[in-house]
Every structure is written in C-alpha cells, then in structure tokens.
Unconditional design. Structure first.
Length: 412
C-alpha cells in the first residue's frame, strides 16, 4: 500500500514538473516573440522594446476599412514602450520636430520596410507621430495613402488642406510625384486621436551632434586683398539626408538653421581669427567675399532641376549654389561673428542682404527708421563693394522679407 502511495506521489510530482516545464517554455516562447530594436540615429543609439502585439499585418489593398482594422489592432497593442523610447530620445538629444520625424521614419523602417509594404510603413509613421501627441491625419486618393500633420507655419512647395481654420501639410508628398493634388479627389479618413493636438514645426534650431568620425574634410579657398585664404572645413553627408525632403519654409526659419558642431568648430574660429584685426566694415566685407567667391554659382533649376534652398551647411557641402543659399550662409556668419541687425531684400529674380553697422555708411537704405548697407554675397557681373547693388537692380522694386534685430529677436 505504501508503495502504491509513493508511486502516486511520484507521478503527481512528475506531472506538476511537466506542467511547470511547459509553462516555462511557453513563457519563454512568448517573450521571444518580443523584439529589441536597436539602431544608430545620428548622434547615438536608440533601443526600443517592441511587443509582439505591435506586429500588425496589412495587405496592400488600401481602403478605409483596412486602415480602420489596422488602427484598431495598433490601438489595443502594447505601444507604450515604443512611444516612451522615442520621446525619451527626442528629449535627451533635443530633437526638433523635423528631426524627430526622421527618427520615427527610421523606426517604422525597422518594423515594416518601406520597399516591402509602403502603406503599412506609412501607417506605422502616422501611428507613432499621433501617439507622440501630434495632430496627424490620413487621407486616400486613387487608392494611395496620404499622411498629413497640422502645422500653422508658412510652408511652401508641398500640398496641404485646410479644415475648420486648421492647416494640414502632407508629409509623404515626395512619394507620389505624379499625383495631382488639386484635381485628384482626396478623401479624408475620420480616424484621429482626440488627445493629439500638438502642432508640427519645421524650425530647426539645433543640428545633431554627429559622430566625429563620420565627417570628412573639404578645402575651401578664396582671395581677399591679394591674399589667398584656405579652409579645411569638416562636413557630414548626413546633412544632405536630413534636408532631402525638407520643404520651403519662411525666411525666418530658413535663415536660422545652424551648423552642426564639428562644422562650426572647423570654420567659425578660423574666420574669427582672420578678421580679428579688421574694422567691423572690413570684417563684414571679408565674410561677404568669402560667401561670394568660395563657391561656384549655379541656379537651382540647372543644379537640382527645381528651386531648392540650401541650409548654410549644405551650401558649404555643395560646390555650386545660388543667391538664396549665399544669403542664408552670409546671414549666419554675420549673425554668429558680429550679431548685427540685418534685413533680407527680395527682388523679382534675386535676393540679397543688407547690414546695419554701428556707424551708418553713406550709401545705405532706410527701413523702419534704421539705415542698412547692402552686402551682396552672390557673384555679379561687377565686383560690388558694400553698399552697391548690381546695375540692373538699381531701379527695381524690392521687398524686405526678413528682419533680424539682436535686441528684439526675430521680426518679419
């Protein structure tokens, strides 16, 4: 009898051990379905815990029902770790909205590669941006999915729509170059997150701190007063990637895009050293001629096939540029080194800059009671001095499209 009881106990223990083993294996299997996304993003590495519930399938048949089903699945998924990791990285590295969107794009690419399933990739981007608090919307046209975000800034060259006094700009317009946004019917999808109300800004006040080893040197040179100056400027090709789909923005936003840390350190201190013994006027003249002659001139239509404004760092990177690009670079250099008041003068076919010196010069223009001297940073048919404008523009009307005053900050 005791032997039988012992056998029963042994069998029970074996059964419980088996159940525990099965539970452990199943738990391990469930955990193994979770993934850790780990990838580099400009200045650091981001690690994201991706719960298995976040892997939602989506067929390529795009309609409101399929999008609604995808939305329902993601809304009930465990998305908090992903959003927390994204927002934490944004805060730690002080990412502006445009750079944060690039982080979201790369995250979506890790989960659902764009080339494999474009609608699914786009829906992940929309979901992450919405869950991050931004007012993002979806629309359909010709069975194609459009992705919008609310922004009240002056944005050019990209499609947008307005509803209830709110402006929504299209973030993925570049993926549909043949689409006619004015003629084709665009149907808004009524799926939103009511708590997501943040406006999206295209302003970039800080560039990433790229890894130093990702930079390469570029030699720039120009002549000033019979002396040749050389600059070995550190430049990063990732800057071109950041601005690949960047739209036209207001002159305030455009002019105030800074240089990255390594590029700044390889150029600004040398410029400061070279002009250290000069008067204010001669120093600005030096910066004007550096911007004018250190790069070849080429109109955007011939260079890129369309109008394209380059940030100051892009102008340093590219061998050729036009007047918009020179104006932005000259503004940045004068602001950084002298911090003088300036205005941007827009002519029908040209843009140039004018500087307010501590001591007004004789050949100056007056704007809002202040005297500014034209400083032409783009090569012209004549070797223009400070205060001079090209002959063909002397009688042309211009518009002041941006005014910078160090005392009163930015004033359009």
């Amino acid at each position: 009898m005791l032997t039988l009881i012992s056998q029963v106990k042994s069998a029970r223990i074996a059964f419980l051990s088996f159940i525990f083993l099965v539970f452990t294996v199943c738990s391990a299997f469930a955990e193994s379905k979770n993934r850790i996304l780990s990838f580099e993003f400009y200045e650091g590495t981001i690690n994201i815990e991706l719960d298995s519930s976040m892997i939602v399938e989506f067929n390529n048949h795009v309609n409101e029902l399929s999008i609604q089903a995808f939305y329902n699945s993601l809304s009930s998924a465990k998305s908090e770790p992903v959003i927390a990791a994204l927002k934490s990285y944004k805060e730690k590295h002080q990412l502006n909205d445009w750079l944060y969107y690039q982080l979201i794009r790369k995250t979506a690419q890790q989960i659902s590669p764009k080339a494999e399933n474009y609608p699914r990739y786009t829906l992940y981007k929309w979901f992450f941006l919405s869950k991050s608090g931004y007012d993002a919307r979806l629309a359909l046209t010709n069975d194609q999915i459009l992705f919008y975000v609310r922004s009240e800034e002056d944005i050019y060259d990209i499609p947008y729509y307005e509803t209830d006094g709110k402006q929504y700009v299209c973030l993925n317009f570049h993926d549909y170059p043949q689409l006619n946004y004015e003629k084709d019917e665009i149907r808004l999808i009524n799926i939103t997150y009511p708590e997501s109300k943040t406006l999206f800004s295209y302003k970039i006040s800080r560039m990433p701190d790229f890894r130093p080893e990702s930079y390469s040197e570029k030699l720039l040179k120009f002549n000033y007063r019979q002396k040749e100056y050389h600059f070995n400027v550190l430049l990063n090709p990732e800057v071109e990637t950041i601005f690949k789909n960047y739209p036209g923005v207001s002159f305030e936003s455009y002019f105030n895009i800074p240089l990255s840390r390594e590029t700044y350190g390889s150029l600004i201190p040398i410029l400061r050293k070279n002009i250290s013994g000069m008067s204010q006027k001669k120093g600005v003249d030096y910066l004007m001629r550096f911007t004018r002659y250190a790069f070849l001139y080429k109109p955007d239509e011939l260079n890129f096939g369309k109008e394209k404004r380059l940030s100051p760092e892009q102008t340093l990177f590219n061998d050729q540029s036009d007047c918009d690009d020179r104006a932005a670079l000259f503004f940045y250099l004068v602001k950084e080194i002298y911090n003088l008041p300036m205005i941007a003068l827009l002519y029908p076919t040209h843009i140039t800059m004018a500087v307010q010196f501590n001591k007004p010069l004789a050949n100056s223009i007056t704007y809002k009671g202040k005297k500014y001297s034209i400083c032409e940073p783009t090569p012209q048919s004549e070797d223009l001095k400070i205060g001079q404008i090209d002959t063909k523009l002397k009688n042309a009307a211009f518009k002041v499209v941006y005014r910078y005053d160090p005392v009163y900050s930015f004033d359009k």
